[in-house]
Design a protein around this ligand. Structure first.
Ligand code: PAF
Length: 270
């Protein structure tokens, strides 16, 4: 596997399948790399902890970093190259980096956009920069960050003239055996909080069988009983993340904090 860190080495990967990550690779990322490796194109995994998507006071400094292990795992899963860019490749100090206009799904739903107001502008800026530099044919993102997935899909549609050839695909959330969605931030949970964190996936598992209003009440009740600090526990239209529409795919989404660790999860309503 090649390690790429400059623009010239990227040229031969035009048309690749890109898996963008912030490192701290776990089974969730690995499953995306394996999905990517099943396509015909070379697979590039980017590893960059993007400072623009963290607000002051969030966990940028403590975000888990494990580059050597990450590289071993993605190589074993079939990546052809890892892009590990220095910060000045992503954000050259002497060149303004384009910040794409934000799609409405990045500001209307009042979900992640409300609780992390800077987040989608940081994500869109870094993903747009990766797309411009690499020019992949496909990018694969995890469904655990459901709103992020819709935002990136929408950003690509809005900029079809800039990236006519990029397709966005997604991979399902990978879970621990007790249901907890894999996340780099799970590393912050001590055993007691790790146990309480199961409330997110168990609340979703009950909620998806219910009509939207009951589903929301059930999730709030379960999270409250586990003493989690709830940002939201809602059912929304799966694509727009506005109020759910009868007959359209719906998604249950949760964000909650336990002891300073913020976790998100979601599931399709049955
Ligand atoms: O989901 C992530 O890990 C990040 O938000 C992404 C898409 C790699 C952008 O930094």
């Amino acid at each position: 596997m090649q390690i790429l860190s400059d623009i010239s080495s990227l040229a031969s990967y035009k048309g690749c399948t890109l898996v963008p990550t912030m490192g701290a690779i776990h089974e969730g990322h690995r499953s995306l790399v394996r999905i990517a490796a099943a396509f015909d194109e070379p697979v590039v995994v980017s590893i960059f902890v993007n400072p623009k998507q963290f607000a002051p006071g969030e966990d940028l400094a403590t975000y888990p970093r494990s580059l050597d292990r990450d590289l071993e795992m993605i190589a074993a899963d079939g990546a052809s190259a890892a892009l590990v860019p220095p910060e000045d490749l992503m954000y050259p100090p002497d060149e303004p980096v384009w910040s794409p206009p934000l799609p409405s799904v990045a500001s209307n739903p009042k979900l992640e956009d409300l609780h992390r107001p800077h987040f989608f502008s940081g994500v869109c800026t870094v993903v747009a920069r990766l797309f411009d530099l690499i020019q992949p044919s496909t990018a694969i993102l995890g469904e655990k960050d459901w709103q992020q997935l819709q935002v990136i899909r929408s950003m690509v549609q809005m900029n079809a003239d800039r990236w006519p050839a990029i397709h966005i695909k997604s991979g399902p959330t990978i879970r621990e055996s007790d249901g907890l969605a894999m996340s780099s931030r799970n590393a912050f949970l001590d055993p007691a909080n790790r146990e309480r964190a199961i409330a997110l996936s168990s609340a979703l598992a009950e909620a998806i069988k219910l009509p939207p209003v009951e589903a929301e009440l059930t999730m709030q009740d379960k999270l409250f009983s586990a003493d989690l600090d709830i940002d939201y526990a809602v059912v929304r239209d799966a694509q727009t993340l506005q109020a759910p529409q009868k007959g359209q795919p719906q998604r249950a989404l949760i964000a909650a904090t336990l002891n300073g660790t913020r976790l998100i999860d979601n599931a399709a309503m049955l």
